[in-house]
Design a protein around this ligand. Sequence first.
Ligand code: ADP
Ligand code: MG
Ligand code: MG
Length: 872
Amino acid sequence: DKKVYYFGPSKTDGDGSMKQLLGGKGANLAEMTDIGLPVPPGFTVTTETCADYYKVGGKLPAGLMDEVRENMKRMERDTGKKFGSDSDPLLVSVRSGAAASMPGMMDTVLNLGLTDKSLDGLQSATGKTRFALDAYRRLINMFGDVVMGVDHHAFEDEFDRIKKKHNAATDNDLGVEGMEELVDAYKKVYKKHTGEQFPQDPYVQLEKSLEAVFKSWNTPRAIRYRQINEITGLQGTAVNIQTMVFGNMGDDSGTGVAFTRDPSTGKNEFYGEFLINAQGEDVVAGIRTPKPVKEMPRWDRRSYDQLIKIKTKLEKHYKDVQDLEFTIERKKLYILQTRNGKRTGPAAVKIACDMVKERLIDQKTAVLRVPPNDLNQLLLPSLDPKAKRDVIAEGLPASPGAAVGKLAFTAAEAADRTQDGEKVLLVRRETSPEDIDGMHAAQGILTSTGGMTSHAAVVARGWGKPCVAGAGAIHIDEKKRKITVNGRTFTAKDTLTLDGGTGQVLAGEIATIEPKLSGDFATLMKWADRMRTLKVRTNADTPEDSQRARDFGAEGIGLCRTEHMFFEGSRIKAMREMIVAETEAARRKALDKLLPYQREDFIGIFTAMKGLPVTVRLLDPPLHEFLPHDAKAQQDLAKTLGIKPAKLKQRVAELHEMNPMLGHRGCRLAVTYPEILEMQVRAIVEAAMACQKKKVQAKPEIMIPLVGTAEELDLLRGLAEQTIASVKKEHKHKGRLDISIGTMIEIPRAALTADDIAEHADFFSFGTNDLTQLTFGYSRDDVGTFLGDYLAKELLPKDPFQSLDATGVGQLVAMGCEKGRKTKKDLKLGICGEHGGDPSSVEFCHKVGLDYVSCSPFRVPIARLAAAQAAV
Ligand code: ADP
Ligand code: MG
Ligand code: MG
């Protein structure tokens, strides 16, 4: 089996479609070479080889180095240089690159192939002694650090010592003599920490670096990054070995990173940054703040024009926004990497719509391009433009959105304080891949150096997290945990607001406004609606939520939880009266007080949803949830209800259950207390009649929860029908009322006997929260104590309460659908758990043939888009 794929002028083995095998970087280097872009020649060791390396317990597979040598020979022929030569040496980089992009999480070694001998060669070939020494000391440092695990600081300390000795203020001020001393000092550091000399055989350097890149696949930070981003099922990383080109050969050389369009807003504007006389990593690491590319023509017009041509070609070729790395060596431009650019949610939507207008892609592709969850960013509140702003500093608008929080000065601090329930902003000079946990936890990220393409900016945009980068006026004192800016000081206790859209840093908390569905967002949703077959409803139990969901495109209410209504104001008192009542008559009296409230609630909701179906779930939670549990509150309540405290205490004790979630709840309440069901059904019917009088068409669907047997539903449906009939009679109602009766399928037994249950149901709604709880046997309220371990050990791929477990719970859903429709061909089917707003669960619902999903109002657009993606 072939382990190595070459790319260069003499041949190219791979292409852009081979990301799984060659990694994204390797596949695209091959593709770019193929379409004639100036890519330094090289080759890619496959991801399969990395998997093999791990399979045999961490050994390079037999034959690999032979293949590597063969390909090195070809590179030597293509470049006319020789690896390790003392006249014109070939130097290479050894670069990681998996199928999914993991920016900066794995290792790369540059300038490989320099030895005492080839150093002379590099000096004579380039005529640049200082440059050659600088390249050598960088190699010893990087190889020592990445491959041999020597602490980076050990090298830095020597650098500082020698700079001081030579009175050099910056790295660049150190002359040839100092550089020679530095190389010697670095070699000593290397020897001291590794016990060996720095390797003088270039192939030893190559082999060890290759292995180090394989190893970097499984460092804790790489593993953590994959976890956060749910990257699973990959073989490992590929390794790219590529001819070095040098952006640090003088003032006619440079390096940069660019996006074919603005990844922050989506605007069709070439967007990027570069540094003169620097090596690639300097831009990404945020060590120096680079210049915007639009200043490039003044420096090197020809390379700029060529870069613009290449950017257009790349976008046409890939039909998507590209994020590219380039290097200019003595006025000659090279492209070192391209990948689909990570972008924010708003940018994703704009770019998708623009590209349709430009006829680059069709509507289907546009709909598929936007990750549904990224719409979240368009649904978040943004800073009120009318609010007063106390701007303390301005940085680069690296990732849009508003973030408010107190200041945290290290990634660990940000993670800890977030865990404790605080909202924090992570404030750093720059961020590094080590910081991802804290970056992920923080509300937003603020850096004082680094540009729009720095690590912090790229990672923040990928997550849609607000970020302001390179706010140079801010001085961060990490040790004293404070920042100073223009004479003002802010500490860990102070709150700031970041406006990632303008780059402003503001004192205090700024007011926000609600988002709107308009412009490109509305256009994209319109396309999505035309493509999907699954309907999208919402979970709502107030007229306000119902209206908001309608604005977001909800086509009905899939779950209206009536119990939430009982907690407000004086209702809770009537509810409690009902619960402590000792006779049916007393209970009915209390229920009579609740009736008008319920009726008004329903009138409000039916009116907001006029013409659209509203599924009302009858009372579901165990009654004890409505009673206070601490002694003081119980005494107060006893007083208000006019009963003895002991009596109340006794009633609370009676209602106590060992396992409330498996206890007296759902339809079991209606079995014991039919009068509760009667009151609720009456409220629904009277509300529907009241609406009809106002010419508002109400379409209630009465949903009976927690049914496990057909007999339960048979009994309760009968009761509901009787109530409907008697209320109509009482009101002498003539016209037709559009009321249906159905049930939730949330107990495994209900799914197993769905054919019998369907005899008594007009619709099923899968309550996948309870169904997941009961199928796994995980209590939803306790799962948090062990779920983390299950995810870390990959015993579960995802939290099954967030993303429907298609393998297990999904079988019950599929069975429920199939059996239900066997009994009733036109049985209406929906889902109303949290899963209704999760894109992969929506896809599952589409596949098993549900009629609709239902989710919280803010997830409605996400579900609409996910439903369209499932359908095309
Ligand atoms: P990452 O995936 O972290 O971006 P890369 O493999 O792209 O890692 O390399 C890190 C940096 O080194 C990049 O800035 C890249 O442009 C630079 N680099 C890599 N290979 C070469 C090369 N052959 N010549 C010059 N610079 C290189
Ligand atoms: Mg890169
Ligand atoms: Mg339930």
